[in-house]
Design a protein around this ligand. Structure first.
Ligand code: SF4
Length: 634
């Protein structure tokens, strides 16, 4: 077993910590005291903060992996994304803007997700049908999606997910009992029951007992804990992708939802089962591959097969406008229907850019173009957009006052004080666009365009041309440069790499990291000797499946493995969807991935060593050195 190999080879020197009963008692005493004081001083922020600091200081002082954290300042502990503070963890306030309170209540929600999953597994074993499982399936996907980076900052909304989750869980318990099914193994998570009467503050306090540090302490094994976190963040991303598919009416009970609940249930355990947790993480990759295939099918069935499409990247003047960001094409379609013949133009932003490649979306003439770049530029770009903005999924950044009154959220996205749309009724947004904004002052001419739509259905018919070009020496290498964008300066690595690639190479890109490439004048019009564009935009991160299909089919056509193709991968990661895609690549056995701009904070040195030895995972480095190695197939 791979896990045993890790254990033997790398974990023998790992410090095995045991959690003393005394320490456990110490923590419960702190928590109980905290609860009591909270009862008496529910509005006293100072006392609350003092206790939080004491709690985290005592907790973190026992955990070697967190030794580098300035615990005197620790009020929260989150390291689920790449932008985490100093590459270690956000401990006072999230770099994303997440407060300690939101972080804590999200930890409670995560515990409820695991509890529901345990009972969902039991319900299926007891013979529950796909119909029986629908409420648990839908709730799991939405709840998990709401905990992704830059999705939901609203404690009220998270508390509501928790309340709904407890209803779902109680129904599953009844279902298992009514069917005389076997009860799940007894555990704190399985028996979790948070009364509806708990307020958000109390739910936060519970979250502080089930966060990462607490789980790490219970696990008592850094590498097992690291694998648990890898699986958790991958499962969040997978749930988000499955949620996108569900929005289009697609759900696969046996190949996606049943294994997803098993994955979440496994993550509830504090057993330091390295083998099992490694297998669980790779299973996330496997189920995510099926999910992305379903999502790809859903998009095509609903909106037509993508075709290369030129998207206007400059303004059209003197019309009321609405900007739509995020990934949810169903929201966009609905808004386009509701704005038809209203005189309002619609622009895409960020991850919504590839919407223009779908025939049924681009058929709306008032979908006039794309405005802006990637999510991290929102504070500037949303402020200067003349019209209301709808954010359908990740990523949202805490809105500035300047546009707070004209930004709306849908689906799992939430920010307290920002208007949330339910049931895809965009009438308020449309009204605001018509009444309050005059639009862009003029149409920018000459217009600038970008071509989207290089889905696998478009690229694969070009496979023979590509193979011929490789064989004739006209195509030296294919680069896949994509993933997430972010605000760190060193993400310029991806622009520099793309611009440094040889003129006889092809670049496939996707995800919002494409914004690091598509505005490069050097690449915009570049073509290969056979007339093919050098830069092919495959779509959102949701379209990562396209890149996987192209690589697998090219390998088949050439009679080799994906790792033998003249293909180099430079992946820019940030949040948990990227973690799911990364696990899919590992599940497929893809090696030689360069991951940056920093490696995830939750990967321990031993697990990293395992990934390096088995998958040749590499951090991004110096562009010229990396490029030289890539051209040599390394
Ligand atoms: Fe920090 Fe990322 Fe967690 Fe936000 S989601 S608190 S930026 S680690």
């Amino acid at each position: 077993m791979i896990g045993q190999a890790i254990t033997k080879r790398f974990l023998s020197r790992s410090i095995q910590r045991t959690v003393s009963l005394q320490h456990t008692k110490c923590l419960s005493t702190i928590t109980m005291k905290f609860d009591k004081i909270n009862e008496r001083n529910s509005n006293n922020g100072l006392i609350k903060r003092t206790f939080q600091k004491t709690y985290y200081r005592r907790l973190a002082s026992t955990i070697s992996v967190e030794a580098a954290i300035p615990v005197s300042k620790a009020e929260m502990f989150c390291r689920q994304c790449e932008q985490t503070k100093d590459g270690v963890a956000c401990t006072t306030l999230g770099i994303c803007g997440k407060t300690p309170e939101t972080a804590a209540i999200q930890d409670t929600l995560l515990e409820v997700i695991k509890s529901v999953a345990i009972w969902a597994v039991a319900a299926r074993k007891a013979g529950a049908t796909a119909e029986d499982m629908m409420p648990a399936n839908e709730w799991t996907l939405r709840a998990a999606f709401s905990t992704l980076t830059n999705v939901n900052f609203s404690e009220t909304r998270i508390a509501e997910y928790i309340r709904q989750g407890m209803v779902v869980k109680r129904d599953l318990v009844t279902l298992v009992k009514n069917k005389n099914g076997a009860l799940p193994e007894s555990s704190d998570t399985a028996s979790l029951d948070l009364p509806d009467s708990l307020n958000p503050l109390q739910l936060e306090e519970f979250g502080r007992t089930v966060g990462i540090l607490e789980n790490s302490k219970c696990m008592g094994h850094d590498d097992a804990n690291s694998l648990n976190e890898i699986g958790t963040y991958g499962a969040k991303g997978l749930s988000a992708y499955a949620c996108h598919a569900m929005e289009m009416g697609y759900m696969d009970e046996s190949n996606i939802m049943a294994p997803l609940h098993e994955i979440w249930a496994k993550l509830a355990s504090h057993e330091p089962d390295v083998d099992g947790l490694l297998a669980n993480a790779l299973r996330v990759g496997q189920v995510n591959a099926a999910t992305m295939a379903l999502l790809d099918r859903g998009h095509c069935d609903r909106f037509g097969a993508p075709t290369p499409t030129q998207v206007r990247m400059t303004a059209v003047g003197n019309k009321a406008n609405i900007l739509v960001s995020g990934h949810d094409m169903v929201d966009l379609y609905s808004l386009l229907e509701q704005t038809q013949d209203t005189g309002v133009n619609v622009y895409t932003h960020g991850e919504m850019l590839p919407a223009h490649m779908y025939p049924k979306l681009k058929a709306f003439k008032h979908l006039v173009g794309n405005y802006g770049t990637a999510w991290q530029a929102q504070k500037f770009e949303f402020a200067t957009f003349p019209g209301p903005i709808v954010v359908t999924t990740n990523c949202i950044v805490e809105p500035r006052k300047k546009y707070r009154g004209r930004i709306y959220t849908t689906n799992e996205v939430g920010v307290d004080g920002v208007q949330h749309i339910v049931g895809r009724d965009f009438s308020k947004v449309i009204q605001q666009a018509q009444q309050e904004t005059l639009g862009f002052p003029r149409t920018v001419e000459p217009a600038r365009f970008h071509t989207v739509g290089f889905n696998h259905r478009v690229v694969l018919p070009l496979a023979n041309q590509m193979i011929e070009a490789v064989q004739q020496g006209h195509l030296s290498r294919i680069f896949l440069i994509g993933g997430c964008d972010g605000s760190e300066w060193d993400r310029s690595y991806y622009t520099d790499l793309a611009e440094a690639t040889p003129e006889d190479s092809l670049i496939l890109t996707l995800g919002c990291a494409k914004n690091r490439l598509i505005h490069s004048p050097k690449l915009a019009e570049a073509k290969l000797a056979n007339g093919m564009p050098r830069l092919m935009d495959m779509g959102q991160c949701n379209d990562s499946y396209s890149a996987v299909v192209v690589a697998i089919e090219l390998a088949k056509a050439l009679g080799c493995t994906v790792n033998d193709l003249p293909l180099s991968l430079a992946i820019s990661h940030l949040e948990q969807k990227a973690a799911a895609v990364f696990l899919t690549l590992l599940h497929l056995g893809v090696r030689n991935i360069r991951l940056g701009p920093r490696l995830p904070a939750y990967v321990t040195p031993n697990i990293l060593k395992y990934l390096q030895e088995n998958y040749n995972l590499m951090p991004t480095g110096d562009v010229q050195t990396d490029l030289k190695l890539m051209m040599a197939g390394k």
